[in-house]
Design a protein around this ligand. Structure first.
Ligand code: ZN
Ligand code: ZN
Length: 153
């Protein structure tokens, strides 16, 4: 993915209403065993419609945001992992199964996190749809955002 002018703030994150560091994001899985802190965003967030995300989450699309891997700190249990494709590691809570991260050896210094795991999901808004070539017929967004057959051009 590339960073472009999507008309968002530089970090892509809205100010934190609680007065904390505006670039810090926190999240957790459903049961709360896995917790994290990370940020700031490296790119605007996206909706991914790929087959692997669909199977890993049980639904489609999956919202993702990206941070520097060094910024991610696990606050609770470390999540379990599965190699979903060559060079790709997906992490999820071993207890409740919530998908939490996606990492690829093609972008080793970055890590993607699920929008749905954020404590305050309204702080990050996806700007486009990727991997529409994999989307089932019933998965056709009408939100006006750009749709790409694969990765961002
Ligand atoms: Zn959990
Ligand atoms: Zn995907």
């Amino acid at each position: 993915m590339g960073s472009r002018g999507y008309g968002m703030s530089q970090s892509g994150i809205r100010a934190d209403a609680t007065g904390g560091d505006a670039s810090t994001l926190t999240g957790r899985c459903l049961c709360g065993a896995v917790r994290y802190r990370c940020g700031p965003l490296l790119y605007p967030a996206t909706w991914c419609h790929c087959t692997s995300c669909r199977r890993a989450s049980g639904t489609t699309p999956v919202g993702w945001f990206t941070v520097a891997i060094d910024s991610l700190i696990w606050l609770g249990d470390a999540p379990s992992s599965i190699g979903s494709s060559p060079g790709v590691e997906r992490r999820f809570c071993a207890i409740c199964g919530s998908p939490v991260t996606y990492w690829s050896e093609r972008r080793p210094q970055e890590i993607d996190l699920t929008l749905g795991s954020l404590e305050e999901p309204d702080r990050v808004t996806p700007v486009d749809h990727i991997w529409m070539a994999d989307a089932p017929r019933w998965d056709r967004p009408r939100d006006g955002l750009p749709q790409y057959p694969g990765l961002r051009p």
